[in-house]
Design a binder for this molecule. Structure first.
Ligand code: ZN
Length: 333
């Protein structure tokens, strides 16, 4: 297993997220990736590498060019302070250029601020996913990109849920030039961004297993009825789970997802790996055990597909090292 570690992430450290008008400590901290990296680098069978540079066009293939420029430009304007949106678009608006309006146009929540370090970190995270995808395409069977900031909530032109560029979608789109791809998302939150980006496509099947969005972030997407549009009908699958779902109830759902993936017969698999479905995650809501992450990983690995693992959420910094190690060892079994 090759681990791709984007070192620039440490400079992206939003101090707070805003909930109900209150400023709370930001849950998406650099320690998350530092701990996972430290836990994995010494495992036998693991090799760590740094991201390579890829053309920006790979990011712009899944995000609007104007949005990508906005993330870069807004950061320059913000300097070292983190900027938050305050007004969001409403019906009938035309083109806007006011900086306050743009903050709302390109974001959907108050959890995802931008500063001068954000763009570099977000690009580094995307490059890590591309590096992992290129290694897998070249013939290394599995690679794991320790992406931070995470990506699966980022839509084509909106940041949100701590995500700026959709790393997993960028990797999946990159691989789709060589064959059919499945993007399996096991983060506890619905990957609204990945769904949004591939909703009209059938060359990338998106499969999401997550906490019921009527109870949990991102609230506005993730129901089982969302199956794609146009050519993409039938190529988006959501498996929402009730809060408190345990290992025993989760496993048959994962097996069902795996059967759908087998039937689709992809060339490559990209997995959005979140550890926030763990029982001890502070913002998750499901009750998966540490041991289950081994079984989950070996079930996914049993597909026998060249696989890119892309880090998404997981917020218990006291547990991430153990859970990540358990997952990776299950994957390499
Ligand atoms: Zn999550």
């Amino acid at each position: 297993m090759i681990i791709v570690y984007p070192s620039h992430h440490v400079r992206h450290r939003p101090p707070s997220e805003i909930f109900n008008g209150e400023s709370e400590p930001h849950a998406e901290v650099p320690e998350r990736i530092e701990q996972i990296h430290a836990a994995l680098r010494d495992m036998s069978g693991v090799r760590v590498t740094l991201p390579k540079r890829f053309p920006l066009s790979w990011i712009e293939a899944v995000h609007d060019r104007a949005y990508v420029s906005y993330v870069a430009e807004a950061g320059r304007l913000a300097g070292s302070t983190y900027m938050y949106p305050s007004v969001f678009p409403y019906a009938g608006h035309g083109e806007v250029s006011n900086p306050i309006a743009l903050r709302g146009q390109y974001a959907f929540d108050l959890y995802t601020p931008v500063s001068s370090t954000t763009y570099q970190a977000a690009c580094g995270s995307a490059m890590a996913a591309l590096t992992a995808a290129s290694l897998v395409r070249r013939g290394d069977i599995h690679a794991y990109a320790l992406c931070r900031p995470p990506g699966h909530h980022a839509e084509r032109s909106r940041m949100g849920g701590y995500c700026y560029f959709n790393n997993a979608a960028i990797a999946a789109n990159y691989l789709s030039h060589r064959g059919k791809v499945v993007l399996l998302d096991i983060d506890v939150h619905h990957g609204n961004g990945s769904q949004h980006i591939f909703y009209e496509r059938r060359d990338v099947l998106v499969v999401n297993i997550h906490a019921d969005p009527s109870e949990k972030f991102p609230y506005f997407s993730g129901s089982a009825q969302e199956t794609g549009v146009g050519k993409g009908i039938g190529y988006n699958m959501n498996f929402p789970l009730v809060l408190g779902t345990t290992d025993e109830a989760y496993h048959p759902v994962l097996q069902q997802a795996v059967r759908h993936i087998e039937k689709y017969a992809p060339q490559y698999l990209v997995v959005s790996v979140g550890y926030d479905a763990h029982i001890d995650d502070p913002i998750g809501g499901l009750r998966l055990s540490t041991d289950y992450y081994r079984r989950m990983a070996s079930t996914i690995a049993s597909l026998g597909l060249p696989t890119v693992l892309v880090q998404e959420g997981g917020y218990n910094t006291g547990k991430l090292a153990t859970v990540a190690k358990t997952f990776v060892s299950g994957f390499m079994q």
